[in-house]
Ligand binder design. Structure first.
Ligand SMILES: Cc1cc2nc3c(=O)[nH]c(=O)nc-3n(C[C@H](O)[C@H](O)[C@H](O)COP(=O)(O)OP(=O)(O)OC[C@H]3O[C@@H](n4cnc5c(N)ncnc54)[C@H](O)[C@@H]3O)c2cc1C
Length: 462
């Protein structure tokens, strides 16, 4: 289908079929992505209140051949929610679809509309003594529709999986305007193709998610949190194995922190309290979670003491209370903000098998050093093999003067990722910023399949 410009007749049809206030002018906030890399355009903004209204919008878009950009919290980091398309599409925001439809304690599920903010789902689960474990630094503003559309990851994937693993059922409006009603909450359902899993991670290209049934978990009654200094990424990976086996798989977070990230914090956010008085090149933030009486502090300490003896750890701090644990996490979660303040030349959300991480990190450092006087901040979810491998100008150099290096840096990193059997998008998706990379690094059969099943109404993934 060839898409066309939104005509006055189309806008009139929208106004006629939808309640007053649903069609609105697009304001600046919907046209800017987080890092200002793309400025979008759109014919108008649609803010439906329910699934039937979304279906009406999609049906009319089909009839008038107007493209759609689904929009949830607007925190996506690959520009999927912001598009400078010609002809301009319309933005369909699910922000006013924000009801919790049902909490089923016996089934351990919660059914929510696509516009519910992630932190509100966590809070609702907490209120009924359950855990919804999806956790991202953007959780105060991202919405579950966007989380599922991007198959978001975050800090708890190692224990609970990513957004896909946490979703049991979906409701969505498909590109022809029909409503897929799959809010089953079933843990076993082998009735043919899994539409839910196709929709999750499809970044809106296969339909607009309107509601989801999500898994809840028993709320951990004990948490232990530690910050450990490790001599190398290789030691960090070995330590992960030891903590997992020493604590019977109770690790819920295992984050690699690079000294460069803490230097950036010192430079741009000096008020953030740093854990160690002296500088270290590599650290890990460890969190273990378990039931009442699990004696996690003592068990974690004993594993870490053994690790000190084996020279996998050189210094360690165990949080003595909730506030200290929060301070450790605050350091980790402030790193992306410090990165942003420094201004990167090229950022890479990549994954490789956990076993390949140390060699990949070293190969990346060597390759970047050959390109010039640059700084690398390499940090992230080591327990998932997911790194944010970001490259910055050397101190005193201007980012704008070095932006011409961006393509070369990206190619070096992505070629290495490919060589190590990894992925050029671990958790942020493809959006618009990685469409060419999908083309370059994807398996050709996978690309052909994506093209075969994608419908052009929602012009996102290539
Ligand atoms: C500070 C910060 C930290 C972050 N940390 C992480 C992290 O740890 N892990 C991680 O995975 N991501 C992270 N992100 C990225 C971002 O928060 C996630 O990608 C998030 O899942 C996007 O949700 P959103 O509601 O903001 O979606 P949006 O940005 O609104 O949309 C994202 C994509 O989904 C599509 N979409 C939106 N709603 C729907 C819908 N209802 N149906 C179909 N398609 C839809 C959009 O068209 C777009 O392609 C971070 C971002 C920031 C700013």
């Amino acid at each position: 289908m060839t898409l066309v410009q939104a005509s006055p007749e189309f806008l009139k049809a929208l106004e006629a079929e939808l309640p007053a206030g649903t069609v609105a002018d697009v304001t600046e906030g919907y046209l800017r992505e987080e890092r200002g890399l793309i400025r979008g355009n759109a014919a108008c903004l649609l803010r439906p209140r329910n699934t039937a209204e979304v279906a009406t919008i999609v049906r009319l878009c089909n009839q008038y051949r107007v493209g759609i950009i689904p929009y949830a919290g607007g925190t996506g980091l690959v520009g999927g929610q912001v598009a400078d398309l010609n002809p301009a599409a319309i933005i369909v925001s699910v922000e006013r679809m924000a009801d919790v439809r049902k909490t089923d304690i016996a089934n351990n599920t919660i059914t929510v509309e696509a516009g519910v903010i992630l932190a509100d789902i966590q809070k609702t689960a907490d209120d009924v003594d359950r855990l919804f474990p999806l956790s991202l630094a953007s959780e105060g503003s991202c919405r579950i529709g966007g989380n599922l559309a991007t198959n978001a990851g975050g800090t708890q994937v190692l224990r609970y999986g990513n957004a896909r693993d946490l979703c049991l059922g979906l409701e969505a409006v498909l590109p022809d305007g029909s409503i897929y009603r799959g809010l089953t909450g079933l843990r076993k359902d082998n009735t043919g193709f899994d539409i839910r899993n196709l929709l999750v991670g499809s970044e809106g290209a296969l339909g607009i998610i309107t509601a989801a049934t999500l898994k809840l978990y028993a709320k951990p009654k004990e948490l232990a949190t530690a910050m450990a200094v490790v001599p190398s990424p290789k030691a960090a990976v070995a330590l992960l194995g030891q903590v997992q086996s020493g604590l019977d798989g109770l690790v819920s977070g295992f984050e690699l922190i690079h000294g460069q990230g803490l230097d950036f914090l010192t430079e741009t956010m000096p008020d953030v309290r740093q854990p160690f008085a002296t500088r270290h090149e590599w650290m890990v933030l460890i969190e273990v979670a378990g039931g009442q009486g699990a004696r996690l502090d003592a068990r974690l300490m004993s594993v870490l003491e053994a690790a000190i003896e084996n020279e996998l750890v050189t210094d360690v701090l165990i949080a003595q209370n909730v506030q200290q644990a929060q301070e450790f996490w605050h350091v980790r979660e402030s790193i992306p903000l410090a990165n942003k303040a420094i201004g990167g030349i090229s950022s890479h959300d990549i994954s490789v098998p956990i076993s390949a991480l140390p060699a990949f990190i070293q190969a990346g450092f060597d390759a970047i050093a050959k390109l010039g006087n640059l700084r690398v901040n390499c940090f992230g979810h080591v327990g998932d093999g997911n790194l944010h491998y970001n490259v910055y100008p050397a101190k005193g150099h201007n980012r704008n003067d070095l932006m011409h290096m961006q393509p070369a840096i990206k190619t070096v990193i992505y070629d290495l990722v490919n060589e190590f059997g990894g992925s050029v998008s671990a958790e942020h998706g493809i959006g618009r910023l990685k469409m060419d990379d999908l083309e370059t690094y994807s398996d050709p059969a996978k690309l052909a399949t994506i093209r075969a099943i994608k419908r052009p109404l929602i012009p996102t993934v290539s």
